[in-house]
Design a protein around this ligand. Sequence first.
Ligand SMILES: Nc1ncnc2c1ncn2[C@@H]1O[C@H](COP(=O)(O)OP(=O)(O)OP(=O)(O)O)[C@@H](O)[C@H]1O
Length: 784
Amino acid sequence: MSEEKDWQDEKQRVDQVIHVIRNKMEQLKDKAGDLKEKVIDIRKDFWDDVTVNLDDPDDIIETQASLKQQAEFLSERERSHGHMSKQIDTLQRLEDSPYFGRIDFVEKGYDKPESIYIGIASLMDEQDDDFLIYDWRAPISNLYYDYPPGEAKYKTIDEEIEGEITLKRQFIIRNSVIKGMFDTGLTIGDHLLQSVLGNTADTKMKSIVATIQQEQNQIIRNEKSDLLIVQGVAGSGKTSAALQRVAYLLYRYREVLSSENIVLFSPNPLFNSYVAKVLPELGEENMKQTTLFQYLDTQIGNKLTVETPFAQMEYYLSEAGKNYAARVQAMSYKASLNFKQMIDDFGTSLEQDGVIFRNIRFRGDMFISKQQIKDYFYSLEETMSIPLRMEEVAKWLLTKLTELEREQREEDWVIEEMELLDKSDYLEVHNELQDETRFSEDTFDDHVREEDLLRKKVVADKIRPLKEKVKRKYFVDVKKTYIQLFTTLKPTEVDHLDLPEKWEEICKQTEKFISKNYLTWEDATPYLYFQKMLLGFNANRTIQHVFIDEAQDYSPFQFAYLKKIFPSSRMTLLGDINQAIYAHAIEEETLLSENIETKHERITLTRSYRSTKPIVEFTKAFMPNGHLIEPFNRDGAKPVLMEVENTAIANDKIETAITDFQTAGHQTIAVICKTMIESNVVYHRLKHKFDVRLMDEETHTFQQGILVIPAYLAKGIEFDAVIIHDASDQVYHKELEKNLFYTACTRAMHDLLMISLGEPSAFIKEVPREKYTHYKIHAIRKGQ
Ligand SMILES: Nc1ncnc2c1ncn2[C@@H]1O[C@H](COP(=O)(O)OP(=O)(O)OP(=O)(O)O)[C@@H](O)[C@H]1O
């Protein structure tokens, strides 16, 4: 068959499929329109169709039943309407680009191939007999992602089907028109990938459904592992694969899983909006998304201020302050499982003694003292866990409060308070009284009864907040109990736990911070863990899948905490050891370390798709194990290093570069700095010349244009061009700064420029000279 004939045949098929899509869409729109009218009618006539009769209890029951029936009828119609709207959305998406792939597969035992077309959703022909398009997540579609032409097999729910792929073809279809078509020998040919990756950066991440690579497909379709760990180099598609995996799981387990059952922990708030469009593009709803900070901060509540990880990072990078060395040791130690062990041991000792409680006062007077609560707590059965005993204490206190409530109704202060009640309170009591007396004739003591009710109300209003506090276990002084870990525990009791050298100083610092209601980031997880140890963990069982992106930044303690909170969830951790930027990663293992003890399956991604080949060749040259990183073959300019003599030249070069990048058509240009302080300075300088935005930890979205951003906030995101504001050795020198520098450089898709004020970073010097262009720019001196 000639290429021209193939092209014509495929073109014709696209037209036919589009015709079917449009027909279906018309029909559905008609149906949905009718249904909408019906829904409006039902809402309008709702009360006409309900028999309302409240005369006697039987009538009331009948009315309730009639109401319920009518409401169900309405919500069933509304549901169908919602379902139809969703189908119409999907058809609209298919109308634009119905499919992206085709395989011809001859099943063993048959002699003719069947053509399977693959798109973002399934589509049947008009008779509903045959599939015109298969959903990319259908079992048979796996052939497309996993095999080149030749022998192949796929698994359905109950069997394995073998056969041979005789053709594998990719399409680019846009606006219902076929724009390109390639037959491919490889898994998914470079052709399409080249064209996708060559595009300019978007402020929203795109789905990679048409070009998923075989190794990414292993992540997306993994069904066996409870703990899947993905170590992938920068730009290898970890986040993309994670989101595709969410879509896959939602399809595969659609009967039992919804987006509400999946949570993604992402590195920063900006990232949330960056990835927000991928799933809707695939016709799925977004999973829940949070950052670890948001999660811990909400759990800890507003009594304590929690330091953000970014503030911790700024402190770490500042290298300033007289307690700096101790604080850095604290960051590492409090991330460790040794520290968790210390808390666990402390928890065990608290079973005997040591929990600190709070007094409960009523109207300024002591009602139950902390000592009484403590005595009650420690009088309870020792075999009961601490949280169970706390439940018992709460019950006991609630009974006591109920007794108090009864007694207090007779007190004089109640009369005084009654006078302060406003009209609505009286009305409420009056209505209550009316309800009570509705069916009785006997109303002579109404006045007395009204006073009773008012007294009851006054006291109840006073006691209610106390009861609420008791229910929330406010009677436990978690903070003071926690501080004891740093004040009363003798180092000799815990020295088997590899105490850091500056432990005593750490203890003093911690006590000082927490007494001022300030929790450093390194204390946030341990504190919350401890709090739950006293008050109960309330495991979250609605979440069935937890995804952790940038997992290298999670400490072993944080991971252990998340496991405890989500005990029955499957976990997918994605990260890159080379991008570990938090202080604890220097000494503590990260989650991605080879020797993590928990049972897991590990997938390694070594191919980098984001940046051009010259950028990847440059960045891999200064990283340990960099030889394992494989660039995707996309051409571009070599990274440029400009070593300049003074700030004036540096500024001038940055400004020229921005203008040049704009002229070259780059839409997003990021000036990446090491810290927020540096970013602020650069922003204030540039804002007079360009329309530029400063990104900080509060930034939740970003637009195309020129951005100034600290490296740690640029995690997970990409830009057309990156300018490293100062790549000098003074700025990027320490071990962890290497990772920060690597993270910054690998954000660039097409162009990377490094300005160095003076001596360039030693990391750059590790790179062979031919991998980048080096300019030295001197100031023009008098007489030159
Ligand atoms: N199979 C693919 N097809 C098309 N584009 C891809 C594919 N895999 C990755 N990409 C693209 O490569 C870029 C990097 O992907 P992604 O952000 O998912 O990588 P990552 O491993 O999470 O990166 P990092 O760790 O550096 O943040 C994105 O632009 C993504 O669209």
